[in-house]
Design a protein around this ligand. Structure first.
Ligand SMILES: C[S@@+](CC[C@H](N)C(=O)[O-])C[C@H]1O[C@@H](n2cnc3c(N)ncnc32)[C@H](O)[C@@H]1O
Length: 254
């Protein structure tokens, strides 16, 4: 069941998303593409949005399934990639009878889940859908980013027909951050204003590692998206590369 208020922001954002958000994928694809060398891969993209992963990966996956609860984001994805499969559903309801070379949850998708128990459910779903040698790759923004950078952040992007203003805030008590999106859309005789707020949380890395382990996943690598190096205290975006737990050394062992 999809909650009724799911994806309100993305309903508005879907029309301008690819123009505003592609800079994230420019960095991300530099990190991801080495994994996607060689034969075509199967990919399960959790929270796929407009399908930017397919736009930015070097090879078009041989078998791609994208899942998102926003009808409007998927509308854009389906138009761009009519030959790939997209499913309008909550990530928490994903249950394909198939295993994939890659499971992705890209661009803050995990941070949308406000309850750590749901992070664990998503990790379990990723684990269930991974082929034995498959990789689960996801990124999150850090607790440092949310606590230190969000309170003062205001971004504006504009084009001829729209203006997109993004303001973020952080509540230290609840540890919940919010992003208020304001979009002005140009109409024939006026500008239409649309507002919505998305809440997000971040979790400390040790907590994420525990949840991954509980879901049967080992973390092979954690990287600062901006530098491509091991994260430091001020890292804003962390990328985790995981596989199903087995005897291989994990990040925690190193
Ligand atoms: C920031 S966007 C990232 C989209 C895409 N992965 C990308 O890299 O551009 C987050 C996406 O996650 C989707 N999403 C968030 N929570 C979800 C949930 N519980 N079930 C399905 N989709 C969800 C949103 O609709 C949105 O499209």
């Amino acid at each position: 069941m999809i909650p009724e208020n799911s994806g309100i922001s993305y309903r508005y954002l879907s029309k301008i998303y690819d123009t505003c958000k592609s800079s994230f994928w420019e960095n991300y694809s530099r990190f991801l593409n080495p994994y996607f060398q060689g034969e075509k891969k199967s990919v399960l993209d959790l929270g796929c949005g407009t399908g930017l992963a397919i736009d930015y990966l070097n090879c078009e996956p041989k078998d791609y399934k994208g899942v998102d609860y926003s009808t409007e984001m998927l509308e854009v994805a389906r138009k761009k990639f009519p030959d790939h499969q997209f499913y309008t559903k909550s990530i928490l309801e994903v249950n394909f009878s198939q295993q994939f070379d890659f499971v992705l949850a890209a661009f803050d998708t995990l941070n949308h889940f406000l309850n750590p128990a749901d992070w664990k459910k998503v990790f379990g779903i990723a684990s269930n859908h991974l082929a034995p040698s498959g990789l689960f790759i996801f990124d999150v923004f850090s607790t440092y980013d949310q606590e230190m950078n969000w309170p003062d952040q205001l971004n504006m992007t504009e084009s001829e027909n729209w203006v997109y203003i993004q303001r973020s805030a952080y509540d230290h008590k609840s540890k919940i951050g919010s992003i208020t999106n304001t979009i002005f859309q140009k109409r024939a005789s006026h500008w239409l204003r649309l507002d919505d707020t998305i809440s997000k949380i971040s979790l400390p890395t040790p907590d994420i590692l525990i949840l991954l382990a509980e879901a049967g996943l080992s973390c092979l690598e954690i990287v600062d998206l901006e530098t491509g190096e091991r994260p430091i205290g001020t890292t804003a975006t962390l990328v985790f590369v995981c596989k199903k737990s087995n005897e291989l050394p994990t990040y925690a062992d190193r």
